[in-house]
Design a protein around this ligand. Structure first.
Ligand code: MN
Length: 500
């Protein structure tokens, strides 16, 4: 069967505020001390009233601008009513028909490698609920409710159904997360629940008469990793194809409603949960406790001025400015804004982007992984690494010796020593690693080595055209002239043997 995959994503991103959306209660992630971050408003005590957190609103505007959204100059708050133990008020404060931002987009690469815009319908601000903790031990203990998270500011970002594959969904999420992280509006930490994703999936099946028939739309809820989003979409494609072949049920048939499904990460399957509520089921109405928010164009512009370069722009600029391969550039940009800053500062000192990229993507990332360090905690800072790399670029240090210097710097740094560019020179001097450019000294040593009886055979072989015979001779010279450049020694030996 010929078909198209149609996916829209709803992403909830937790904004990086110190306090909650409508009260000055801390938003710290603290699952070990449930219900300790619960001011009267969070647990909905009678008589409490919400007051908007201005910083949360500004972060939401910044995030929406990063997603190329238009910002509403007038917006309001609505109550979304539903009954659930983790929602003590019985309603969530959200935005219904007048979201604070709308009509955005972000770009992914389609299957042919072309840029494709995924449109964003809207992004609105709302408060988070608490968390129900169900007993999974099988001992039948009670379920519990932790309200630490209740009232935390979330930005809900709703895409249009423009995503046509699991791979595009993954890219959309990767890029969305990067934009949030570069802008500093969210850490998007999925383990801590700061980014959650629901996927709306259906198929448009091509019938013999040339018409596309839509299968019933399914919303897969609470996907807590990007891998799970991909797996859920892949599973739904297969499941919906099978169901369509079996039943012929399609979207728009009487009685066909949007279905909410969960995802079983162990089995890689989705399972039916409930019929989806329609907007009317939530009995939305404007929250009478909160005033609408108005924003002038000047205020929106002022926030725009505080935005940094977005990852897609930075990717293009860095590629050109430092002559990076697509691969190296992606590794750096996609890692974090901090690593991108580290790379750029290093490359500016070393005056060679390729060299800096090699070290950052290989040596630095390996050390960070093995030592479980973040780049901000890494003791060799860009001025020091850049100084060392500059010596390699200038031919004053071999790459091999560079690794030795790097190891010593790292050891000293991890011991708590404050490193400076002068330490690079000191280590090179202490270890005698400077490249010897004095060809006179090298020439004298080569003559000495060539005169050794033991080397007669190697010299004959070399004269006979056996290039590898130079190996042992180079080794002997390098042993005596520490820091000599092996390539130069090889050339000099071949030259001297041939001219003898
Ligand atoms: Mn929501």
């Amino acid at each position: 069967m010929d078909y198209k995959i149609v996916v829209g994503l709803e992403v909830h991103v937790q904004l990086l505020t110190q306090t909650k959306l409508f009260t000055a209660c801390t938003t710290e992630f603290n699952p070990d001390a449930p219900n300790t971050q619960t001011q009267p408003l969070c647990i909905s005590l009678p008589g409490t009233l919400p007051v908007l957190n201005r910083h949360a609103y500004e972060l939401a505007v910044k995030a929406a601008l990063g997603l190329n959204c238009s910002i509403a100059t007038f917006t309001k708050w609505d109550r979304k009513q539903y009954f659930y133990p983790d929602l003590p008020k019985g309603y969530q404060i959200s935005q219904y028909d007048m979201p604070m931002s709308y009509d955005g987009w972000l770009e992914v690469d389609d299957a042919e490698g072309h840029k494709k815009k995924i449109r964003i319908l809207r992004a609105h601000l709302e408060e988070d609920a608490g968390k129900n903790i169900h007993d999974e031990s099988g001992r039948g203990e009670d379920s519990k409710v932790d309200l630490n998270r209740a009232g935390t500011p979330l930005l809900e970002i709703v895409s249009e159904p423009d995503i046509s594959s699991a791979a595009e969904a993954r890219q959309y999420l990767d890029e969305l997360r990067l934009i949030m992280q570069y802008l500093g509006v969210s850490d998007c930490n999925m383990q801590e629940g700061s980014l959650r994703c629901d996927a709306n999936v259906n198929l448009h099946i091509l019938e013999a008469d040339g018409h596309h028939v839509p299968t019933p739309i399914v919303e897969v809820k609470n996907l807590n990793s990007f891998r799970n989003v991909e797996a859920a979409i892949e599973y739904e494609v297969e499941r919906q194809l099978e169901e369509y072949e079996l039943t012929g049920r399609k979207w728009g048939d009487p009685g066909v409603m949007k279905e909410t499904r969960g995802f079983d990460a162990h089995r890689g399957t989705t399972f039916a949960q409930r019929g989806k509520e329609e907007a009317a089921d939530y009995r939305y109405f404007p929250d009478p406790d909160l005033a609408p928010v108005t924003m002038t164009e000047e205020e929106i512009d002022a926030i725009r001025q505080t935005m940094c370069e977005l990852p897609a722009d930075r990717r293009e600029r860095m590629k050109t400015a430092y002559e990076l391969s697509d691969y190296d550039c992606d590794v750096i940009i996609n890692h974090s804004p901090q690593l991108s800053d580290y790379f750029e500062e290093t490359a500016q000192v070393s005056e060679d982007g390729k060299q800096a990229a090699n070290w950052v993507t290989q040596d630095i990332l390996r050390e960070l992984n093995e030592r479980e360090l973040t780049i901000d905690d890494f003791p060799i800072r860009p001025p020091v690494l850049g100084t060392m790399l500059k010596k390699i670029v200038d031919g004053d240090l071999t790459v091999k010796s560079g690794r030795e210097v790097f190891a010593v710097l790292l050891e000293q740094g991890l011991e708590g020593q404050e490193l400076s560019p002068a330490d690079v020179d000191q280590i090179i001097e202490d270890k005698g690693l400077a490249v010897v450019k004095d060809t006179g000294a090298i020439e004298a040593t080569i003559q000495e080595v060539l005169a050794r009886k033991q080397n007669a055979k190697s010299i004959d072989d070399l004269k006979g055209g056996k290039q590898q015979a130079a190996g042992p001779l180079i080794g002997q010279v390098m042993k005596e002239v520490k820091g000599a450049d092996a390539k130069m020694v090889r050339e000099m030996i071949i030259d001297m043997v041939q001219n003898s």
